[in-house]
Design a protein around this ligand. Structure first.
Ligand SMILES: Nc1nc2c(ncn2[C@@H]2O[C@H](COP(=O)(O)OP(=O)(O)O)[C@@H](O)[C@H]2O)c(=O)[nH]1
Ligand SMILES: [Mg+2]
Length: 198
C-alpha cells in the first residue's frame, strides 16, 4: 500500500515557461468540471484541502502542479466541458493541455475521471482519444460510485468502457471520495504506469 507522507502544492502555470523542471515523473488528472477531480486528489493524498474543492465549476484555468513524497507530481489540468466558459477560454484550455500532453517528456500517464452515474460525454471521449493519440497510458477513474444503485454498477461500467472505446491496456477503476473506495487500487495503477514507463 502506497503511503503519502508528503504532498504539497508546487505552482500553477499559465505558460510553458512556468512549468517545473522535468526531474520528477508526472501523472496528469483530467475530467469534466465538477466531476470530482479535486476530491480525488485530496483523497489520494489524504489531505482535506490540497486541491481546492470548488462550488463554482470551471474556475481553474491553469495547470496546477502538486508534489508527492518528493518522487512524483500530480498535474491538475483545467476542467473541460463547462458550458458557461467562453469559446475563447475553451480554446486556450485546449492549447495549454495539448502543449503539455504532446511535449512533456516526464508525463507518464493520465488519470481520466468520469462520473460513474452517466455515460461519458463527448468531451470525455475526445479527451480519451486525444491522449491515446499521443500514446499516453490512461487510468479511467469512475467516481461518485456511492451514488449508484448496486444494479447499476456493472451496467454503467460496460457503457462507460464501450463509449470511450477503452483499450485493453487501460484500466477502469470505480471510485468514491465519500466512501474512500479503491484509494489503494488507484495508487497501484499509478505505480504500475510509472514502472512501465520508467
Ligand atoms: N457523492 C459524492 N460526491 C462527490 C464525490 N467526489 C466529489 N463529489 C462532490 O462533487 C462536487 C464537485 O467536486 P470537486 O472535487 O470540486 O470536482 P472538480 O470540479 O472536478 O474538482 C463537490 O460537491 C463534491 O463534494 C464522490 O465520490 N461522491
Ligand atoms: Mg476542482
Amino acid at each position: 500500500m502506497y503511503q503519502v507522507k508528503q504532498s504539497e502544492y508546487v505552482l500553477s502555470a499559465a505558460w510553458k515557461s512556468q512549468w517545473p523542471d522535468e526531474s520528477l515523473p508526472e501523472i496528469c488528472l483530467a475530467g469534466r468540471s465538477n466531476v470530482g477531480k479535486s476530491s480525488l486528489i485530496n483523497t489520494l493524498t489524504n489531505r482535506r484541502k490540497l486541491a481546492h474543492v470548488s462550488a463554482t465549476p470551471g474556475k481553474t484555468r491553469t495547470l496546477n502542479f502538486y508534489e508527492i513524497n518528493h518522487e512524483l507530481r500530480f498535474v491538475d489540468v483545467p476542467g473541460y466541458g463547462y458550458a458557461k466558459v467562453s469559446m475563447k477560454i475553451k480554446e486556450s484550455f485546449g492549447k495549454m493541455m495539448e502543449e503539455y500532453i504532446s511535449s512533456r517528456p516526464n508525463l507518464k500517464g493520465m488519470v481520466l475521471i468520469v462520473d460513474y452515474r452517466h455515460p461519458p460525454t463527448k468531451d470525455d471521449v475526445m479527451m480519451y482519444e486525444f491522449v491515446k493519440y499521443y500514446h499516453i497510458p490512461v487510468i479511467v477513474v469512475a467516481t461518485k460510485e456511492d451514488k449508484l444503485k448496486r444494479s447499476e454498477l456493472q451496467k454503467n461500467k460496460k457503457i462507460i468502457k464501450e463509449k470511450l472505446g477503452l483499450q485493453d491496456e487501460d484500466r477502469f477503476i470505480a471510485f468514491s471520495s465519500v466512501k474512500k473506495l479503491n484509494v489503494d487500487a488507484v495508487w497501484d495503477a499509478i505505480w504500475e504506469l510509472l514502472k512501465e514507463n520508467a
